[in-house]
Write a protein that binds this ligand. Structure first.
Ligand code: SAM
Length: 261
């Protein structure tokens, strides 16, 4: 049984694309940043259910293996905070949670996601503390965690402010947030990157996963997502200070850290 919603993927992706997640490169490039529209959650749930079987392979191929390095860098930062309890939000197939578990063997790592097929993958890789939960309404007590991480997940959430506020709520005072997500690099890499992201990835991923629409959505969502100082401010408004952003690999991804007030 598919645990991720009831819409047919193709209809859902098309609907998503037609309501602002345009697939045209020039259209996307000029779009202003905006929080995703209401109703996006079930579509995203369904999308990840549809691509879950090929998710890891597609990740590793399209990032050229760099995703391992990005998560390892994130895990190293988490280790420097010496946490006892870590929540990896939008844990998906669990790769960041596993990297953190390796770096912090004495910490309890909880992985949460709202897509059961993705959690099933994480479980098969050996993660045990897995919770089916929506980031916008977390089933955890206030101040329960020392660190909350979210890799390539916040961008997909229906309401970034609300998701960050929930992450702040479940963090103890002085606890740390780490957000890792795609960003758009500066020129001269930008043009080439956009060609890769909007043309090459959807074409190849369509062949690999049979879900080209999911990867057209990926490019559109990256263009819409705030980055750099705009993301620092979004995080600060949710109740954090010491916000820092660190572009990696020429700005293809950015790592954000902050401390819960
Ligand atoms: C691109 S995957 C990232 C998975 C993993 N963190 C990684 O680094 O590979 C995005 C994940 O976010 C999850 N997600 C998106 N919105 C969510 C929400 N509102 N609540 C919980 N999980 C969500 C999806 O189900 C999916 O597993």
């Amino acid at each position: 049984m598919d645990m991720c919603g009831g819409l047919s993927p193709q209809v859902s992706f098309d609907a998503l694309l037609s309501t602002g997640y345009a697939s045209d490169v020039t259209d996307i490039a000029t779009k202003p940043s905006a929080t995703p529209e209401p109703g996006k959650g079930p579509v995203v749930q369904r999308l990840f259910g549809a691509i879950s079987k090929r998710y890891d392979l597609a990740n590793h191929i399209f990032s050229g293996g760099l995703d391992f390095l990005w998560r390892r860098r994130a895990a190293k930062i988490v280790h420097s905070w010496a946490p006892k309890r870590v929540l990896d939000m939008a844990t998906g197939s669990g790769d960041l949670a596993l990297a953190i578990a390796k770096k912090c063997p004495n910490a309890t790592i909880v992985g949460a996601d709202f897509c059961q097929p993705m959690l099933d993958l994480a479980r098969r890789k050996g993660l045990t503390n897995l919770v089916l939960a929506d980031a916008l309404n977390l089933p955890f007590a206030t101040g329960e965690f020392d660190v909350v991480t979210v890799a390539f997940g916040l961008r997909n959430m229906e309401n970034w402010e609300r998701a960050l506020a929930e992450m702040a709520r479940v963090l103890r005072t002085g606890g740390h947030l780490l957000v890792l997500d795609f960003s758009v690099p500066r020129a001269p890499l930008r043009g080439l990157y956009r060609l890769y992201l909007h043309r090459i990835v959807p074409f190849l991923a369509g062949l690999l996963t049979g879900e080209r629409g999911a990867y057209e959505y990926l490019g559109a969502s990256i263009e819409e997502f705030p980055q750099g100082e705009a993301m620092n401010q979004l995080i600060a408004r949710a109740g954090f200070d010491e916000t820092q952003s660190q572009p990696l690999t020429g700005g293809i991804v950015t790592l954000y850290t902050a401390r819960r007030l």
